[in-house]
Design a protein around this ligand. Structure first.
Ligand code: HEM
Length: 412
């Protein structure tokens, strides 16, 4: 497997702490996910509940894990100093606290309103600051790599895009206090467009980490163009909205999305799709993650090209299917695979739970979507949620028992 463990035991342990923190914050998302599923069709889910559910998933689960992956990839096999280890530890703990506070702020600000709104930009600045710090850290560390691989470029691109997205998120929070000031008609789109597109970079970095043949192969031009296509596509979104650019820019956005996808499939996606989906290891998770990446990208292109200019055409199920293809189908499959890779030294723990979780999660998504599309029911999400819980519990149990250092924890 192409992802080797970190040589330094303390940094390897920091990656574990970040993953445990992410899994803990994910529980907030899952709790409200079950509540959503039990909310009868036709009843509107309160805005605060959707926002805390959404941000516990995107910030707590996905972005915190991506910072863990960043530290993993950028430390790798290097010998590192004591100050490096301390710096990484501070980054990790600050991220956990800032992200945790930010998630809770969403629930409080939108359920209580009034003066509590100050929490949003306060923790927002802290959370965005951590993401920017992680991005700048990756820039500095890039020069210290013996070999820069395409995975380094993809993960750094992901951090750049999520950092710009976080900045727009902070501005949106600030608008609740000082009044509206972001130009353009779709203010939330400036933030959401970046946050959705960043996922392709993060997902592709994980898949490539799992299936690449040679972990020490230098970056390639095709890999660079893949990363740039998605980075430029993402950055186009706020530019398009803020400067009210002509609709043709959407076509460019869609072309860039598909260019990135084509290169991804030709380079690594085809390898991920030939993995055995019934195995209990990271490559099986990457098989499903890749399928959902393709589904999500097609839905995204459809949303940008067809639904954005004609919002009346939006089917009532589209939002739920769109977000869960991305966040659960693509990202949760891949992150659970990443956690599985981090804990290969103890893969005998709950050995049968991992393949069960893989199947339940993916079948559960299908049940959720089928009931939502055909009968506008939310209850199918329960099956998906059980698969997610099973996967998370398996990985938390393994993380708790997993060791540190070079030999232990090594993916086979
Ligand atoms: C990273 C993980 C997740 C994220 C970011 C996320 C995000 C979202 C968002 C943004 C919505 C609002 C969709 C809309 O109104 O258009 C939503 C709704 C919902 N979510 Fe999730 N979700 C995640 C995981 C889950 C899980 C694990 C479950 C099940 C336990 C779940 C169950 C639901 C349900 C039932 C709805 C309501 C859908 C509807 O109104 O038809 N979600 N989620």
């Amino acid at each position: 497997m192409g992802l080797t463990p970190v040589r330094n035991a303390a940094v390897w342990n920091t990656v574990k702490i970040l993953f445990l923190g992410s899994a803990l914050l994910f529980l907030i998302n899952i709790f409200f996910g079950f509540d959503n599923a039990l909310t009868p069709a036709g009843t509107v889910i309160p805005r605060w509940q959707i926002l805390i559910h959404l941000h516990a998933g995107t910030v707590g689960w996905i972005t915190l894990s991506v910072i863990g992956l960043l530290i993993w990839i950028y430390t790798g096999q290097r010998e590192v100093s004591g100050s490096y280890v301390r710096g990484v530890g501070i980054l990790a703990w600050t991220a956990i606290i800032a992200f945790g506070g930010y998630i809770i702020s969403f629930g409080l600000a939108f359920s209580q309103a009034g003066p509590v709104f100050f929490l949003l930009p306060t923790f927002g600045v802290a959370a965005a600051g951590v993401i920017w710090a992680a991005f700048i850290w990756s820039l500095v560390q890039l020069r210290r790599q013996a070999v820069v691989t395409t995975v380094h470029l993809l993960i750094m691109g992901a951090l750049l895009v999520v950092a710009v997205g976080a900045l727009f998120g902070v501005l949106l929070g600030l608008e609740h206090i000082v009044g509206l000031f972001i130009p353009g008609s779709d203010r939330i789109g400036t933030h959401a467009g970046l946050m959705d597109t960043y996922l392709f970079l993060a997902a592709a970095a994980i898949v490539e980490g799992f299936v690449r043949k040679d972990p020490n192969a230098r970056w390639t031009r095709a890999g660079l163009v893949q990363a740039l296509s998605w980075i430029i596509a993402a950055l186009l979104v706020p530019i398009f909205i803020v400067f009210t650019l002509p609709q043709e820019v959407i076509l460019l956005f869609v072309i860039l999305l598909f260019l990135g996808l084509g290169l991804f499939l030709a380079r690594m996606g085809k390898l991920a799709l030939t993995q055995n989906p019934l195995r209990a290891d990271p490559t099986a998770w990457s098989f499903y993650g890749t399928i959902w990446l393709i589904v999500f990208l097609i839905l995204f292109a459809y949303a940008a090209f067809v639904l954005l200019p004609n919002p009346d055409l939006m089917p009532p199920w589209f939002g739920a299917v769109f977000v869960h293809s991305a966040f659960v189908g693509m990202m949760t499959n891949l992150l659970l695979g990443l956690y599985s890779a981090r804990t290969q030294d103890v893969r005998h723990i709950l050995a049968t739970w991992e393949p069960t979780a893989i199947l339940l999660l993916n079948l559960g998504i299908l049940v959720f979507f089928l009931l939502k599309i055909t009968q506008d029911l939310r209850i199918g999400a329960i099956f998906m949620g059980i698969g997610v819980i099973l996967g998370v519990l398996t990985m938390v149990a393994r993380l708790g028992a997993s060791g540190g250092g070079t030999s232990e924890g090594a993916p086979s």
